[in-house]
Ligand binder design. Sequence first.
Ligand SMILES: Nc1ncnc2c1ncn2[C@@H]1O[C@H](COP(=O)(O)OP(=O)(O)OP(=O)(O)O)[C@@H](O)[C@H]1O
Length: 243
Amino acid sequence: MNSAAPKPRTDRPLLEVRDLNGWYGESHVLHGVSLDLYEGETITLVGRNGAGKTTTLRAIMGLLSRREGTIKISGRDMIKVPVHKTAHAGIGYVPEERGIFATLSVEENLMLPPKVAEGGISVEEIYHLFPNLAERRNSPGTKLSGGEQQMLALARILRTGARIILLDEPTEGLAPVIVQRIGDVLLELKKKGMTLLLVEQNFRFARKVADRFFLMEDGHMLENFPTADLDSKMARLRQVVGV
Ligand SMILES: Nc1ncnc2c1ncn2[C@@H]1O[C@H](COP(=O)(O)OP(=O)(O)OP(=O)(O)O)[C@@H](O)[C@H]1O
């Protein structure tokens, strides 16, 4: 468990979301969501199915039909930035469905997104971090296991130069040994100073990597607390999330 004392919050968050509202068409889904994410920190959004976790990630990336509120990266307001320029602020999104191109090889999938910011992780480093991707670099996407697809989806974003990575349910449907491997990779990325925003239902996994938990319900952010408080919050989480 990550029980390090929370660092004093005198610095500015790398990602700051204030009073974010989001819509799918006419359907108002996010109601004033706020969160802050500090450089090098990992936070996890938790909540029932339909609470608005994925929508929060999509709203941050500008992938909703309508959003209102404040989203700042390093103090720069992103709401008015065109969607195709969002990634240039050094933020990357790994969606739940992973989006691996079945007919392309591992390496082609990896090289597909352009580099959008300085300091991306090199292909050599990526293959060092994910040795099974190196072994399978010429295999087509169709031949990859779910775990390999998840690693490739993450690796592909790391190469772009993103320093803030939004990861939607990275362990969903994966065997325990692969979940463990993904946890180790995320801890490696934390050591490299990456800033991570996870959506995750697997608490045992999340407590290993997250510094704080953010609890959502019905499109609202209820509260956040450090991972050290997770045990004392379990009854509340059972009530809100149904774990
Ligand atoms: N493309 C869409 N069009 C319309 N409504 C949507 C769409 N996607 C999600 N919703 C609705 O938005 C609300 C929030 O969904 P969201 O996917 O963000 O929840 P979640 O907390 O990520 O849960 P899950 O784990 O089930 O994905 C739900 O009521 C859902 O039905």
